[in-house]
Write a protein that binds this ligand. Structure first.
Ligand SMILES: O=P(O)(O)OC[C@@H](O)[C@@H](O)c1c[nH]c2ccccc12
Length: 271
């Protein structure tokens, strides 16, 4: 069984347990159901922002423990003050050490778009995403059929949430794309081998239709890579490990964005 298959099997059981514990009706009574969604799409296109979606990830199957006991309040506020465009919060507990509570804390202290990072296979999890204060969800093409992708994205839209569809190759892109997807994320990490290569982004960039916002995900470790990804047409850059493996992730993010603005100014002066 691949790690992705293992995660999905566990997720299925977990969703059944949660459904028995909190009904969908109960989730819909959350105060966040009245909140307006902050558009991830719009924030990624804002000129005054870096395009970086800064992620809170305590551990991962590929890396093991990254930074287990972090203050979500301090990191999330710090990421936003550093100039990140949005936050991504892992809510999977078993494999990534996250929780719904982590996202709720991030929501409490920030006005920016928040992406719920999890393995979504059921409408229930989308209602839950809204109930904990997320603005956008991730749908992973490798984990869903064409029909499921379509139905789940349409359901997210009906709740006002945006959908980031994650792909790793052209086949997944062709299979998954539909009119209810808002953003396309190219995962540079192969979820079955954990191998990371930014070439995945460079190769797929031109295959994504212009109407979708493009996000490059995983393995980004230097500001100069972002300059290249921008040239290739990407608007968003999802960074987790590179920040989280430092003792002060928010400081690492601030230094990264400062360096990126220096590079951007230089590129601008040259053009
Ligand atoms: O930590 P990195 O290499 O910067 O990657 C961040 C993010 O892209 C990664 O956490 C991720 C991308 N797709 C996922 C799907 C599920 C869980 C996690 C992910």
């Amino acid at each position: 069984m691949s790690v992705l298959e293992e995660i999905l099997a566990k997720k299925k059981a977990e969703v059944q347990e949660r459904k028995a514990l909190y009904s969908q009706k109960l989730l819909e009574q959350s105060i966040f159901f009245e909140n307006r969604i902050v558009s991830l799409k719009k924030y990624l296109l804002r000129e005054d922002k870096s395009g970086i979606i800064a992620e809170i990830k305590r551990k991962s199957p590929s890396k093991g423990v990254i930074n287990q006991n972090v203050s979500i309040e301090r990191i999330s506020i710090g990421y936003m003050q550093a100039g990140a465009s949005a936050l991504s919060v892992l809510t999977d507990q078993t494999f990534f050490g996250g929780s719904n509570e982590d996202l709720k804390v991030a929501r409490k202290f920030n006005f920016c778009p928040i992406l719920r990072k999890d393995f979504i296979i059921d409408e229930y999890q989308i209602v839950e995403a809204k109930a904990i204060g997320a603005d956008a969800i991730l749908l992973i093409a490798a984990a869903l059929t064409e029909r499921e992708m379509k139905d789940l994205a349409a359901f997210a839209k009906s709740l006002g949430l945006e959908t980031l569809m994650e792909v790793h190759n052209e086949e997944e892109l062709e299979k998954g794309l539909n009119e209810n997807i808002d953003l396309v994320g190219v995962n540079n990490r192969d979820l079955s081998t954990f191998e990371v290569s930014l070439n995945t982004s460079f190769e797929l960039a031109s295959k994504i239709p212009g109407s979708f916002i493009k996000v490059s995900e995983s393995g980004i470790s230097s500001p100069s890579q972002i300059v290249e990804l921008k040239e290739a047409g990407f608007d968003g850059f999802l960074i987790g490990q590179n920040f989280m493996e430092q003792s002060r992730p928010e400081r690492a993010c601030a230094e990264f964005i400062e360096e990126l603005s220096r590079l951007d100014r230089r590129a601008y002066a040259k053009s």
